[in-house]
Write a protein that binds this ligand. Sequence first.
Ligand SMILES: [Zn+2]
Length: 231
Amino acid sequence: MDIRNLMEDYVKATVHELFDAEQKGSTSSWCTCDQCRLDVACYVLNRLKPEYVISGRGVAYSEQDYQEKLQKTADVVSLVREAWAKINSSPRPYHSHGAKHVEQQQASGPVYNLPPIMGRLFNGNNFEPIAAGTIELHSDEGLVAMIDANWQNPYPMVKNTAGTFIFWPAPVAAVSGGEKKRFSFTITASLGGFDALSHFLELELPADAEAVRSFSLAKVHKLPDLYVFPA
Ligand SMILES: [Zn+2]
């Protein structure tokens, strides 16, 4: 099943168009980095009605009434402006504007695409989700690097995610495509008032020809529910 949101394509194109124009301008004052583009696109898409189509049938979209199209363009452009102003006035704390992202620094070639790793953490005494503190993903080399600045390690546990945490490790270079490697990780938590957590996991992965950058829920590695007990 392949469903696309045409609005997503449209908003992304509009964001790139406006940001590229700003970047070229001599008096550019607003940040035009990839992170801000993503933030703006997300903001706008959360405020517009999606337009789902089955892939391949999207052509009908271009046959729309001209006036309707003009109105939609105006709506999207003004939402992009609104989002951009908001994001420029309150940038993410962990985002350094203008910095190149990890994905752009990485060499091409065969890699192990580590899956996003998701789990839930509960208080073992009352089964309430853990809503404070941090949870960490370690390898033998220490804290595991995440795929980009949108993913955090240590991961802060917050109330509104009902104990859910998720890591997406950065791809690891491989010598050649097709070879297999076993990765070992340990999950620990710094929660305060609880006994130490140490959950071990192993993933055996084949090397892929290139790095995968699009998040897919189907690829997520789900952990069994984890429990910590008050100290
Ligand atoms: Zn930025």
